[in-house]
Design a protein around this ligand. Structure first.
Ligand SMILES: NC(=O)CC[C@H](N)C(=O)O
Length: 452
């Protein structure tokens, strides 16, 4: 068993029993039964709509500071497999489900989910009316909350939620980054996934990855498309990164408020234009911040595996995995360039305008030249991706690595390799030939770049 798997499975704590109560700052209270560690935790209450993949959600460092409820009612059915984990410990503060399964049935499972949560100190509740809770969050927005197995008094808990710290303005990336640089190579790919995944491409690109709480599967996908990855701490000075002479720099996902991660985006300002850059989620927000953009807090965010996104350059729609609570305000990047923005009438708040206009609009950014809006969320018209046209850099707000979720957007990893190859058409990949890239049967489909 790998060192990481051992750490993930260590411990002997048993799940708490008895009542568990969730209280929100607006006074809403939900009662259930304890299904994880004993204790009392504070965090932002959010929901995730994935039908499966609870383990990837629980161990995704981007959930630091949050209490997550799953809309899918049965959680834990297939147990805990360390190879699916996205980091070596859960980062979220608490978990709320309708029905927790304590007796999983799955040949890959090493233990039950309640045992796993108890061992890692994650407070959890089951038996909560999660449909009511999710509707409440949708109507009233994400907010501060407390989940407790030690205090069952509603008034006391609501007061505690109101007195708790907001995640806004807090640098949570620093809490889940790494202390030292480390290589991530083909040797780090989990053995047990070989039955489904193609062998990685031979390493051709030296990539430095800013680790602001990177999901393992992102690093794995970079390796699979031929990157030799060195993961570095979130605030590594740009000069140190450039001294490594990389072919490209990758900016990872990460938790919390991007405004507070100044130690990363100040470095990105120095890197843009000097080396090809690709960012995912928080990484996309870091590129946006480096370009001087405004980032807004979304009402309740996008978390799940069924978010439709249109690639405005190709007109293709991808079903994507997402996890973010903040988003780029695209118009804040600069004024539109009329001759590159067909149907131009000025900036539109609802970016679905550009989907209807069949146009990927371009703005003139003061710092880095022309920037194109490449991807739009079709549910709510928010920005999901940008590409710099005068320097080699692009980013997406969503998760091409999925884990959990659909693999339609895998082509973006291939696109990064094409960017490092110096190709102007790096983003114009037909997802029909690359959407399964990396999976073993993709070899037959002729997936580009992702198989050896
Ligand atoms: N998954 C991520 O990288 C999350 C990005 C950021 N912390 C947000 O919530 O918007």
């Amino acid at each position: 068993m790998s060192e990481i798997s051992e750490r993930l499975l260590a411990g002997t704590s048993k799940p708490a029993r008895g009542r568990a109560v969730l209280a929100l700052e607006d006074g809403a209270v939900f009662e259930g039964t304890a299904a994880g560690a004993e204790g009392e935790v504070f965090g932002e209450i959010c929901f995730n709509t994935s039908l499966e993949g609870y383990l990837e959600v629980i161990t995704d460092p981007s959930y630091a500071g949050q209490i997550i409820t799953m809309t899918y009612p049965q959680i834990g059915n297939y147990g805990v497999n360390p190879d699916d984990c996205q980091s070596d410990a859960p980062a979220l503060r608490g978990l709320v489900v309708r029905d927790m399964c304590a007796t999983p049935s799955n040949w890959r499972s090493a233990m039950s989910l309640p045992d796993f949560l108890a061992r890692h100190g994650v407070v959890a509740a089951e038996g909560i009316d999660t449909r009511a809770l999710v509707r409440h969050i949708r109507d009233h927005g994400a907010q501060r909350a407390v989940l407790s197995t030690t205090d069952a008094d509603a008034a006391s808990l609501v007061a505690k939620a109101r007195a708790s710290e907001s995640i806004v303005g807090v640098n949570l990336a620093a809490t889940v980054s790494r202390a030292e640089p480390a290589a991530f190579t083909a040797a780090d790919l989990p053995e047990s996934q070989r039955f489904a995944l193609a062998d990685p491409a031979a390493p051709r690109y030296k990539v430095v990855a800013y680790d602001c709480g990177a999901k393992r599967s992102i690093l794995e996908n970079l390796v699979r498309v031929g990157c030799d990855v060195t993961a570095v701490p979130w605030d590594t000075p740009a000069e140190e990164v450039l001294a490594l002479n990389p072919d490209g720099v990758f900016l990872s996902n990460g938790p919390g408020d991007p405004e507070a991660v100044e130690g990363t985006y100040r470095q990105v300002e120095q890197l843009l234009g000097k080396v090809p850059v690709f960012g995912i989620c928080l990484g996309h927000q870091m590129i946006s911040k480096a370009c001087g953009a405004v980032i807004e807090k979304l009402k309740f965010g996008h978390r799940g595996g069924n978010q439709p996104v249109m690639n405005l350059r190709t007109g293709r729609v991808e079903i994507t995995a997402q996890n973010h609570g903040f988003g780029l305000v695209f118009p804040s990047l600069g004024p539109l360039v009329p001759e590159l923005s067909a149907g131009f009438r000025g900036h539109e708040d609802d970016l679905r305008f550009w989907a209807k206009a069949k146009c990927a609009p371009v703005v003139a950014n003061e710092r880095f030249g022309r920037i194109q809006l490449t991807h739009v969320n079709l549910n709510d018209g928010t920005a999901e991706g940008i590409a710099c046209l005068d320097i080699p850099a692009f980013s997406v707000q969503y998760h091409p690595e999925a884990s959990p979720g659909p693999t339609d957007a895998h082509y973006l990893f291939t696109a990064f390799t094409r960017l490092m190859d110096g190709r102007d058409d790096y983003l114009d990949i037909d997802i029909a030939t690359d959407r399964l890239g990396g999976w073993r049967f993709a070899e037959d489909a002729g997936a580009e770049g992702s198989v050896a």
